[in-house]
Design a protein around this ligand. Structure first.
Ligand code: CMP
Length: 423
């Protein structure tokens, strides 16, 4: 029963942290500093308690085997839950997930842009800057995309289908995939020179005047080519320059759209929250936090085997690690529209689950041989290390930056200091 109560004690900071988070809305740097402090304390506690005991019980190999298995299990389950919407539980996982989605979308848009001949005159390394401003639009056959004499605000690139250009009631040109239209009004500041109709269903990429202007300003070469395009349309000449081949251009453009150039905006965050907040996400969030808590309860259960009291350093480390976790997550949950009641229930139930986990962990470990015990201790240590490395420290760093290093060291030393008091 002691394991149960120690489990509860270590996790009581979950509901406490959630309430402090909701009511005080602490600064991000403060939450980050506490989180790094907790992470450091956990690192020391798990090394002093779990690793030390595991080595005593079974030596290096059972510990190492357990550690690797624990780390892999954590990574696998974490990934699985994140796909279900569990990534919403933490800022870091949310950002990481959105970045992956955004990179995929950027790659798809670049693939589409590579079909536009004139854009391939641009160096592929420059094109990714344009991606956030491109809108993909579809028009059914027969619809009018541009009316002669109107003011012009957009330029279009044909991705698929055919359009017809009609001037003064007379068809003057038919344009297809890879070609551009609507550029004249933007470059000459005159009214639309012709009407453009969709001859078939068409897919176009649309770019607003201002963003097109920015593109022109950033590339004098492209600006010159667009000027020549306008001239050629007026006088039926061909444009100059040899565009790069589509595949090479697209590959190079995508290689330049690295994570540093793909930015997640607050609009992306809002959209993700809106699409995931319903459906399975709350359950996935709960399971995700539960997953973070499994190694903890196992640690408590395992550390109590054969001993009457649990290490104060360990409980303190866990308590400190849990507090900022729920503090920062709860602020996010509140923003997602979850009620204080629901958030309290979520963390409260997790606190009880930690107690139950510690209880069963303890029973399980009672009957284990020393070798098995070392393996289990390794498993808990591995899962916990993976949790600290994959979620706690990156989250703290993202929110707090340089404050993380020193806070981690202080946490680490605090746990060791508590340990020296035990002797
Ligand atoms: P804009 O004048 O902005 O709007 C109508 C568009 O039709 C125009 O830009 C050109 O993109 C396109 N267009 C006009 N005349 C021709 C032409 N002779 N050949 C091809 N496209 C044209």
């Amino acid at each position: 029963m002691a394991a149960f109560w120690f489990g509860i004690l270590s996790a009581i900071s979950l509901p406490l942290g959630a309430w402090v988070g909701i009511w005080t809305r602490p600064k991000e740097r403060i939450t980050a500093a506490i989180m790094a402090y907790g992470g450091g304390a956990l690192l020391a506690a798990l090394t002093l308690e779990l690793v030390h005991d595991a080595l005593k019980h079974g030596g290096f190999w059972p510990l190492a085997t357990g550690c690797v298995a624990g780390g892999l299990a954590f990574a696998f389950l974490n990934q699985l839950l994140n796909h279900q919407g569990g990534f919403l539980r933490k800022t870091t996982t949310l950002m990481k997930h959105l970045k992956i989605l955004k990179r995929r979308k950027t790659a798809a848009t670049l693939e589409h842009l590579s079909t536009i001949q004139i854009l391939r005159l641009l160096p592929p390394s420059e094109i990714h800057g344009l991606v956030p401003y491109i809108r993909e639009r579809k028009f059914p056959a027969g619809s009018r995309l541009i009316a002669e004499g109107d003011p012009g605000d957009e330029i279009y690139f044909v991705e698929a289908g055919k359009i017809e250009v009609i001037q003064g009631g007379r068809p003057v040109a038919e344009l297809g995939p890879g070609e551009v239209f609507g550029e004249m009004a933007l470059l000459t500041d005159e009214k639309r020179s012709a009407t453009v109709l969709a001859k078939t269903d068409v897919d176009v990429l649309e770019l607003h005047k201002q963003d097109f202007g920015r593109l022109m300003a950033s590339s004098p070469k492209l600006a010159g080519d667009f000027q020549r395009l306008v001239e050629s349309r007026k006088s039926a000449n061909q444009i100059s320059g040899q565009p790069m081949d589509m595949e090479t251009w697209a590959t190079q453009a995508k290689s330049h759209a690295t994570s540093s150039t793909v930015h997640v905006t607050s609009a992306d965050v809002k959209e993700a929250i809106a699409t995931h907040a319903q459906g399975g996400a709350p359950m996935a969030i709960w399971l995700g936090i539960f997953l973070d808590g499994i190694p903890e309860s196992a640690v408590i259960g395992a550390s109590l085997v054969g001993e009457s009291k649990v290490s104060a350093a360990l409980i303190a480390g866990l308590f400190l690690a849990n507090f900022p976790e729920s503090m920062s997550s709860s602020v996010g949950m509140k923003k997602m529209g979850m009620s204080t009641m629901k958030i309290s229930w979520l963390w409260g139930s997790l606190c009880i689950m930690t107690g139950v986990g510690a209880y069963f962990g303890n029973i399980l470990f009672q009957t284990a041989t020393p070798q098995m015990l070392a393996l289990f201790e390794g498993l808990a240590a591995g899962a916990m290390l993976a949790m600290i490395a994959e979620t706690m420290i990156p989250e703290a760093f993202q929110e707090g930056g340089s404050v993380v290093g020193m806070s981690t060291i202080l946490g680490f030393l605090s746990a060791i200091f508590v340990k020296t008091l035990e002797r």
